[in-house]
Design a protein around this ligand. Structure first.
Ligand code: SF4
Length: 293
């Protein structure tokens, strides 16, 4: 496959599903998350510490993604059968080291006294066992592996692309060509969110179509839900879907530009312009809640 296109750095904001998702949820949280260094009141290092906090569900997802990455990388070197016991030992060590190195928002905000690493390992290992027991994993190890030189496992960088002349990010977990198609697989440890995830799949197709000049009908983006059972959602995409997606990304990017004082340099308006949500359910999970009086 061709190499990924490279981009020169520009400070302009780049659209992504997660950026716009946060923008919609709470503008104030969006400000702290993306523009903390411009804040006049709070120390940037403190804002960053809050931003870097993890949560139990987030960390489960993070560990699962990293273990699957290691598993696929192991298949690149050695196609032998996975030793389940050793695989789970490796996962347990990874879970312990990740959890010990992180600050959990649940602990920081005194919702729980300490995290239960065993229970996190339990959730992580369920996701991973579901994956290695899935038909998809068997297919990967028996068929897709024949073209493993072309596998792209969590490509480096942030998944930058250009949509309608504007910067955007669509970072894929795993991509590979097989026969005349490109397959993209994204792992999810949370609940299905149909609309959001379909939109994400369109982003992956747009990204792959841009980088590899491929007809979108030959790109097969798949979301793999890892729990409670392994379940996949595949999207059939055509040129019209990509056009609709691109127009939507343009409109969402324009909305976010409206909160910039200087669009080229991505300098935000004052924090007061970024209003707070009234939805307490969003605040309950916000890392910045102590700054939000
Ligand atoms: S605590 Fe609520 S209002 Fe404040 S930044 Fe967080 S989500 Fe927004």
């Amino acid at each position: 496959m061709e190499k990924l296109k490279q981009f020169n750095y520009t400070p302009m904001l780049g659209w992504s599903v997660s950026r716009y998702d946060l923008f919609q949820k709470c503008k104030h949280q969006y400000y702290f998350n993306y523009y903390g260094k411009y804040d006049q009141e709070y120390d940037y290092s403190h804002i960053n510490r809050l931003k870097d906090m993890t949560s139990i569900p987030l960390e489960i997802g993070n560990i699962v993604h990293d273990v699957i990455k290691s598993l696929l990388e192991r298949l690149l070197k050695n196609e032998g059968k996975i030793d389940r016991g050793r695989f789970l030992d490796f996962t347990q060590r990874k879970t312990e080291s990740y959890c010990q190195a992180k600050t959990f928002s649940e602990v920081y905000y005194n919702e729980i006294k300490d995290i239960d690493i065993n229970s996190i390992f339990d959730s992580v290992s369920k996701c991973l066992v579901n994956f290695i027991d899935s038909d998809r994993f068997i297919w990967l190890t028996e068929k897709a592996v024949n073209n493993k030189k072309e596998w792209l496992i969590e490509p480096p960088g942030y998944g930058e692309t250009i949509i309608e002349g504007r910067k955007a990010y669509c970072k894929v977990d795993f991509l590979f060509p097989l026969d005349d198609k490109i397959f993209i697989i994204d792992w999810k440890t949370g609940k299905p969110q149909e609309e959001k995830h379909n939109f994400q799949l369109l982003g992956y197709s747009t990204w792959a179509s841009y980088h590899y000049g491929m007809d979108p009908t030959n790109i097969i983006p798949i979301i793999a839900y890892l729990k409670p059972e392994y379940y996949e959602k595949e999207c059939k995409i055509n040129e019209y879907d990509i056009q609709k997606f691109s127009s939507c990304v343009r409109a969402q990017t324009e909305e976010m530009y409206e909160y910039c004082l200087n669009i080229e340099e991505n300098i935000p308006k004052d924090r007061e312009s970024f209003y707070k949500t009234n939805n307490q359910a969003i605040c309950n999970y916000c890392n910045f809640r102590e700054l939000c009086k």
